[in-house]
Design a binder for this molecule. Structure first.
Ligand code: OGA
Ligand code: MN
Length: 201
């Protein structure tokens, strides 16, 4: 990872508690991760995502993506590069702030056409160890017309102005998991991401 990238992320977290950074991962790595995500999806390895608890019908209305958890020791070369980048980010954050980030839990997510994730916080009632969210998009040539924007509320009240983030391949979105409300608007074509949460010790 480039030093300027780390500097940008750390400054964003220090000033506001969140950061959007294009080209966090290089295009070759993003392309390889996209191919691997699609291959694992085609192999039937994904399952419908849950929301911590709740009836299936409720889950359906709240969130309609499918996911596959990534093991920390996954041997795929592009996954190794992703894990390496997230490890560098963790060390830098732990050096500069007092968040005590420990393990990263991460999954591939695929939102098929029409899928969404309604407004939520990433910290569940039954798991308050999620501290920093880090999402990396794996999409090729995404435009606003493809939908699937990440709607983000910069004010922790979850009210007021919003920012819509285009899930362009390689873009990183990171924010304090317990503070910021966000929502995935319906996608008009398959929308891919690697979504991770650093848990605190
Ligand atoms: C999530 C989430 C946002 C995105 O998985 O919790 O909010 O842009 N994802 O994929
Ligand atoms: Mn979320």
């Amino acid at each position: 990872m480039q030093d300027e990238h780390l500097t940008t992320i750390l400054a964003g977290l220090a000033d506001r508690g969140w950061c959007v950074l294009p080209d966090f991962l290089p295009p070759e790595t993003v392309a390889a991760l996209r191919a691997e995500c699609l291959a694992r999806h085609a192999a039937g390895a994904f399952h419908r995502a849950g929301i911590g608890s709740g009836r299936a019908s409720v889950v359906e209305e709240v969130r309609s993506d499918s996911i596959l958890w990534v093991e920390a020791d996954d041997p795929h070369p592009a996954v190794r590069r992703y894990v390496g980048a997230t490890e560098m980010l963790k060390q830098a954050v732990n050096r500069d702030f007092f968040l005590g980030l420990d393990e990263l839990e991460a999954h591939f997510a695929l939102y098929p056409q029409g899928a969404l994730y309604r407004k939520h916080l990433d910290r569940f009632r039954d798991d308050d160890r999620r501290t920093l969210t880090a999402i990396v998009y794996l999409n090729e040539d995404w435009s606003e017309a493809d939908g699937g924007l990440l709607r983000f509320w910069p004010d922790p009240s979850g009210e007021g102005e919003t920012i819509d983030i285009v899930p362009a391949g390689g873009t990183l979105v990171t924010f304090l998991s317990g503070l910021y409300w966000h929502e995935v608007l319906p996608a008009r074509r398959n929308r891919l991401a690697l979504t991770g949460w650093y848990k605190r010790r």
